[in-house]
Ligand binder design. Sequence first.
Ligand code: UD1
Ligand code: CA
Length: 461
Amino acid sequence: MAKTCAIVLAAGEGKRMKSKKPKAMACVLFKPMIDWVLDAVEKSGVTDTCVVVGHLGEEIDVHIDGRSEICYQNERLGTGHAVMQAVAFLNNTDAENVLVLNGDAPFMDSTTIEDSLGLHMAMNSGVTVISAKLGNPIGYGRIVRDAGGNFQRIVEQRDATEQEKLINEVNSGAYWFNKKCLLYALTQIKQENDAHEYYLTDTIEEIKKIGWPVCVHMTDNTDVVLGANDRTQLMELNEIARKQVILNHLVNGVDIPCADGVIIGTDVVIGPETTLLPNTIIRGRSEIGTACEIGPNCLIDDSKVGDNVKLRNTEVEQSQVMNGTDIGPFSHVRPNSYIAQNVHIGNFVEVKNSQIGEGTKLPHLSYIGDSDVGKGVNFGCGSLTVNYDGKNKTRTTVKDGAFIGCNANLIAPVTIGEYAYIAAGSTITNNVEQCALSIARSRQVDKPGWVLEKKPYKNMP
Ligand code: UD1
Ligand code: CA
C-alpha cells in the first residue's frame, strides 16, 4: 500500500458552544472529539498526522502532547485555508495520499477510512469524497450529481439553490486526496462564495479540470458525518455514543437491566455477568471484572475492579478494588488506594492513598488516609486515622488482625502492632506493640444523686 498521511482540521472556534475550550476539545463520552478522530486515524494505520489548530490552539497542542504534528492557522479563512497551513507538512512527508478530516466529527471510523482509501486507490482518483445520506441534511454541503448519477460538485448550504437544498446526500468533510493534486488545487482556489472563505470543497473542481478522476465513497454509517457545532448537537452525539457503547457491553454479556443514567467511556472494559444498575458512570481506563454488581449511583474513574465486587452508591477514583470486596452505600475510595480481596467497606467511609489488606472490615463512618492497613483488621464505627497536623501528612500503619475500637483516633505517624487491641474512644499517639491493649482516654467518674442536688434541668418531675 502506498504511504498515507492525514490532516485534521481543528482550528474552528465553535462560537455556538459558548465554551472557554476550543471546539475540538469538547467531549463525547468524556473524551475530547479530537481524540476520537485521532484514534480512528491511528486504527486505520495512518501514522503521519498533522492537526491544524487556531482558536486556543495551545490547549489542543498541550493535550495532543506529540501524538501528531501541529500547525497553526492564525486567521480562520475556511477549510481550504486551513489545509494550506499544512503545506509544509505535506512537502515533508513521502505520503502519496492525504486523508483530510474534520476535528469536530468524532464518529469517523477506521472502516470508512480504509474502505474509501480502497476506492480512491482503485480509481487512481485525484480526490475521493466520503458522503452519506441523511434524513435531515440541513447545514451540510450537498453532493450534486448529474442525471446519470455522476458526481458533479459540492455545494454549501448557504450557496445552494432551493432545488439543491432538497438533496440529502451530504459531504462528510472527510476526503482522500492525491497529494500532488491537493497541493496544486490549493494554489487555485479563491474566496468566491457567500462566506468569502477558501473552501476546501473548491479543490475538487480544480482537480477535475486537470483531468484526474474524482470519486465519492458513500457510506451506510451515517454517523460518520455527524458533527457538533453547539451543545444540543454535542448532547445528541453523546447519546448516540452512549447507546452504542452500552449495546457493545450487552453483546459481551454485561447485564444492564435499565440503562437510565448509565454512561460508560469508550475505553472501559467490563467482564460478563457483571450487572450495572442505574446512574452508574464508568470512565477513563477503568476495568471491571466478572459477576460484579455496580450501582445504583456509582462513579468509577480510571480504576481496576476485580471479580464479584459489589459497589453501591460509591465512588472509586484511580484505585484498585480486588475480588470479592463490597463497598457502600455512600463511600468514597480516593486516588492511589488498593483495596485487597474480600474487604468490607460499609456506609460513609472514605479511604485515600491507602492499602487495605485482605478481609479487613471498615463497616461504618471511618476515614483512612495515607495508611497501610494489614489483613483481618477491624475498624469500629467512627474510628479513623489523623494524617494531617496542619502542615504535613504522615502515614499510619495498622498490622494484621488489629482491632480498632469505636471512635478511636490514630494520630500519624503511628504503628499499631499485630492483634493489638485499641479501646473505644482512645486517641493513640504512640506506637502500640503487638497483642497489647491500649486505652488512651480518661477514666469514667460517676457522682450518684448529683442531678437531684444540682437541679440542672428546667423541667423535671
Ligand atoms: C464543512 C464542509 C461541508 C461539510 C461539513 C461537514 C467546506 C467548505 N464545507 O462545512 O461541505 O458538509 O464540513 O461537517 O469545507 N476549520 C478550520 N479552519 C477554518 C475553518 C474550519 O480548521 O478556517 C475546521 C473546523 O474546526 C472544523 C472543520 O474545519 O473542524 C470544518 O469546519 P466548519 O466550519 O465546521 O465547516 P462546515 O461549515 O461545517
Ligand atoms: Ca461543522
